[in-house]
Design a protein around this ligand. Structure first.
Ligand SMILES: NC(=O)c1ccc[n+]([C@@H]2O[C@H](COP(=O)([O-])OP(=O)(O)OC[C@H]3O[C@@H](n4cnc5c(N)ncnc54)[C@H](OP(=O)(O)O)[C@@H]3O)[C@@H](O)[C@H]2O)c1
Length: 335
């Protein structure tokens, strides 16, 4: 198939609500050195896209200014020096932006072959959360088998990924979520227990569940008043990894807890990291996680798919309520 010169992309007309997402036209990007051009079949919707839409999360320099951090599709062309994939290969890839479009370029080292067990829609829901969870839970957080692990936002894209991976790698998993239905979903995915934070105090519940020992590793996206509570519920020598701050970035923490329990408090953001760093995560995912997709042990949880042109609807859905991931599809035949 000839590659057109222009494509459909979902543009942010101005910062604001879902209605500012408008279908538009953009030139099809050219793959640079080491890059591949991917004909996009599906792209994942993530909370950072919502923040970008609202004007609170600008794309890093050099990235397209339309949203989209992850895609699945087929390789349409390869740039100079790119040799890992051939035209027609099915890939899923992490992008710094620009996934809400019919085509996207990406460095080949941050793309993985689509596992045979996954559809294109499922594969599009993989990169952003699996790269983030792998780095923050296993590389930075150093989760080990037999440890206790807590993820807040247990039914978010990140949460549903973290629960499944932590369970597969032998941790005892706990989660928090904002309703009984969400808690049931988190437990079905492998959480030993999920605490509905609207009804119970997760610190008291988890101290009780762990016989007073507490949590070895917490993955937190909430911040605000959760920060001291994360320190409170931590086990001795525990770790807390911050990946977002839905309740605010500025907090006053009790350093006494940090010192007395010898805690480590760290965090990271993925989007602005350099390609070689992301390539390192891709390599570890290929070794440790792709076999789990192939065996069916782990699967991205897709709540809904929308045509690309209905990205505003997908964001409305994201802004309201969901369990797992929402995906946009270009509805290519045979995908
Ligand atoms: N640092 C990084 O590299 C990185 C990468 C990717 C994503 N992130 C961040 O990770 C978070 C999850 O991303 P996602 O795409 O998976 O988002 P998502 O599916 O929209 O999930 C957001 C979750 O936050 C929970 N939540 C919202 N307000 C809350 C509150 N006040 N207290 C407790 N929980 C609250 C919601 O659960 P309930 O309905 O149960 O409250 C929801 O499940 C986002 O904040 C995103 O920006 C960070």
């Amino acid at each position: 198939m000839a590659i057109p010169s222009e494509m459909e992309a979902v543009l942010i007309s101005e910062p604001g609500g879902p209605e500012v997402l408008k279908p538009g036209r953009r030139p099809v990007p050219q793959p640079g050195r080491g890059e591949i051009l991917v004909e996009v079949h599906a792209s994942g919707v993530n909370r950072p896209d919502v923040l970008q839409r609202m004007g609170a999360y600008p794309p890093p320099p050099g990235a397209p200014d339309w949203p989209g951090l992850e895609i699945a599709g087929t390789v349409a062309a390869t740039g100079e020096g790119a040799g890992r994939f051939s035209v027609g290969d099915r890939v899923m890839a992490l992008l710094p932006g620009g996934g809400y479009a019919e085509y996207a370029t990406v460095h080949e080292s941050t793309a993985l072959p689509v596992p045979k067990a996954l559809s294109m829609e499922e594969a599009a829901g993989v990169p952003e959360t699996f790269f983030t969870v792998w780095h923050n839970v296993f590389q930075r957080g150093a989760l080990r088998a037999g440890e206790t692990f807590l993820v807040h936002g247990g039914t978010s894209g990140i949460g549903t990924t973290a629960i499944q991976l932590a369970r597969e790698f032998g941790a005892r998993v706990f989660a928090t979520a904002g309703s009984a239905d969400k808690c049931r979903a988190a437990e079905k995915l492998g959480a030993d227990a999920c605490i509905n934070y609207r009804e119970a105090d997760f610190v008291a519940a988890l101290k009780e569940a762990t016989g007073g020992r507490g949590i070895d590793l917490t993955l937190d996206m909430v911040g605000g008043d959760y920060s001291n509570r994360n320190l409170d519920v931590a086990a001795e020598d525990g770790r807390i990894v911050q990946i977002a701050f839905l309740k605010g970035p500025k907090v006053e923490i009790d350093l006494n807890l940090l010192m007395r329990k010898r805690l480590q408090f760290t965090g990271s953001t993925l989007r602005n990291r350099p390609v070689p760093f992301k390539a390192g995560i891709a390599a570890e995912l290929t070794t440790h996680v792709v076999p789990l997709f192939e065996s069916g042990a782990v699967k991205p949880l897709i709540e809904a798919t929308y045509p690309l042109a209905q990205a505003a609807e997908a964001h409305r859905h994201m802004d309201e309520d969901h369990i797992g991931k929402i995906v946009l599809t270009t509805q290519k035949p045979g995908a």
